[in-house]
Design a protein around this ligand. Structure first.
Ligand code: SF4
Length: 551
């Protein structure tokens, strides 16, 4: 019996070659830790494939050994007569196994039996989870072996020791199987203790072999693409550690969608992003918009984006919700909004303040027809019946277009309307006005930032040294041709790209190193925008400052 103290770090990142394992096997009088007792403990320690020491002791179970157990193991009542009882054996075993990672074949049995005895004798339980060679074999050598019984695996790995249902022999055989599995597992990327633990708990066996697709990925930040046999991009994601992230898909993520993805994937491509998270966020958004991967929940989200548009060149302009925006059609745009519903809210808000026509009927310069109720309510200038001429209507449109750039007046009116409704206890209408105000204010804020980001060349430096060079809002990447500028209004298919930059800037201290077109702040409405958005963000704030649901 060797009592060499063994220590190894339990950190999951430690290399397997540096981990000390204690491989344990028990013989018992039966299968229940509460009703049956240990008759023999066998254990060996290994590190880096090298056998270090062994432990073996018969144990007097203080209960009869059933004949079928005696027949199977060769351990009968006579053999254990005079052997130490478990309370004499456990301290020695604990000293032997101290600091090592517990391994067993069907480890939960041995682990559970030992812990039940330890607890009964007022010892601390063994630290888990144990490494199970049977589970590991299912990940590593399936389906090359018909089953994962110890005898089968011992034959597969041609172990020197043949398992014979005696504790030490079986522990020796298990240890050799463990070494074989670790060697084969290296090709699957199982190189650390964490990998080994994950492989033992991993489910989704049919696709586990594909974990090799991650072998060539770097352990650096970047974007990964899952591709099928024809090279079609199935999924795009970003990660701080590309290899670890991709491998994690194969470790027990049982969601059907993930299993479908793993079933279809044939290649995994990684694109490192030297500028860290910001670059990864932008690249991910760019690639998702370009490939519309079927397994990305938001792959086609940008197709739902919408704008509020006004075309001053029309005879009697009106606000419209549209899906596309053009930089050179002379129109003014607000957005993109994440949905046409959001765009409609903003449109309604602006129409609450400006008495612009809302009817969708086509109107030429001389078109005349009977007005609707909005005219009598004073909420439309009613060019339809000629009560407002083109000059007066054009003035209104001009003011509206200006308000999108300098919105102080627009915001003040919307806020006053919301507060006025609340003051008159018209809370539902006030809540509606609040939602509309939020939609407009949020959009105006994004519009301002986007105009700055998309105007000319801009170089930003993050606190961790990240360098982002934007050309017309598009991130330039080292070694790639200059990107096509995004420009303003932001095309909906590139809105997420710009949103990624906005999001990153808002969460990280950023220094401007170069700015071809300086930001135009402070400008009219900037302070109002900040104040209103801050107030609307406050949880529980409702129009008029009343708590939600208050009446
Ligand atoms: S008042 Fe006339 S122009 Fe205005 S919304 Fe009604 S129908 Fe259209």
């Amino acid at each position: 019996m060797l009592l060499e103290p063994l220590q190894c770090t339990l950190a999951d990142g430690v290399k397997l070659s540096e981990v000390t394992f204690v491989v344990v096997d028990l013989e018992t009088t039966g299968g229940s830790p509460t009703d049956h007792a240990i008759t023999e403990i066998g254990a060996v320690t290994y590190r880096g494939g090298e056998r270090l020491s062994a432990f073996q002791s018969l144990v007097d179970p203080r209960q009869p050994i059933p004949p079928y157990v005696a027949h199977l193991t060769g351990i009968d009542d006579l053999l254990v007569t005079g052997a130490p009882e478990i309370h004499h054996v456990l301290p020695s075993f604990l000293e032997f196994a101290r600091g090592a990672i517990f391994v067993g074949h069907n480890a939960s049995f041995d682990f559970g039996f030992l812990n039940a005895n330890l607890l009964r004798l007022d010892y601390d339980p063994l630290e888990g989870p144990p490494i199970c060679t049977a589970r590991l074999a299912r990940r590593v050598v399936w389906p090359d072996v018909p089953n994962v019984r110890l005898a089968t695996l011992a034959r597969y790995f041609r172990t020197r020791t043949i398992p014979v249902h005696r504790a030490l022999a079986d522990a020796e055989a298990t240890a050799e199987v463990l070494n074989g599995l670790i060697e084969l597992g290296g090709r699957l990327g199982i190189t650390s203790l964490g990998d080994l633990r994950e492989a033992c708990t991993a489910r989704g066996r049919p696709n586990f072999g594909k974990i090799r697709l991650a072998d060539l990925l770097p352990r650096s930040p970047g974007v990964y693409l899952f591709e099928d046999r024809s090279g079609r991009v199935l999924y795009v994601g970003k990660a701080v550690d590309l290899r670890a992230r991709v491998r994690s898909y194969f470790y027990g993520d049982e969601r059907k969608k993930v299993q479908d993805l793993l079933g279809a994937v044939q290649h995994v491509r990684g694109i490192p992003t030297p500028n860290g998270e910001a670059e990864a966020l932008v690249l991910e958004a760019r690639l998702i918009a370009r490939h519309e991967p079927p397994f990305n929940a938001h792959g086609k989200r940008w197709r739902r984006y919408a704008y509020v548009k006004i075309d001053p060149a029309e005879a009697w302009p009106r606000l419209k919700v549209v899906r596309t925006a053009s930089a050179d059609d002379g129109c003014s745009y607000l957005g993109p909004f994440s949905s046409s519903a959001g765009a409609r809210q903003a449109k309604d808000a602006i129409e609450d303040v400006f008495r612009i026509r809302r009817c969708t009927r086509s109107m030429g310069v001389r078109t005349r027809f009977a007005p609707c109720a909005l005219a009598d309510m004073g909420r439309c200038l009613a060019p339809c019946d000629g009560r407002t001429g083109s000059e007066g209507y054009g003035e209104l449109v001009g003011t509206l277009v200006s308000a999108l750039g300098e919105p102080a007046d627009l915001l003040a009116k919307l806020e006053a309307r919301m507060d006025g409704l609340a003051a008159h206890e018209r809370f539902e209408e006030a809540a509606l006005a609040r939602d509309r105000l939020r939609s407009v204010a949020g959009s105006l804020r994004r519009l301002r930032i986007d105009r700055w980001l998309t105007a000319g060349r801009l170089i930003l430096r993050g606190a961790a040294g990240e360098r982002l060079e934007l050309i017309g809002g598009a991130l330039a990447r080292g070694g790639e041709p200059a990107p096509e500028p995004i420009g303003s209004p932001v095309p909906r298919e590139r809105a997420d790209e710009l949103a990624a930059i906005r999001s990153w800037i808002s969460r990280h201290p950023t220094r401007v190193e170069l700015c071809e077109v300086p930001p135009s702040e402070p400008v009219d409405g900037g302070a109002a925008l900040a104040r209103i958005l801050s107030a609307l963000r406050e949880s529980g704030r409702t129009p008029g400052g009343r708590p939600k649901g208050g009446r």
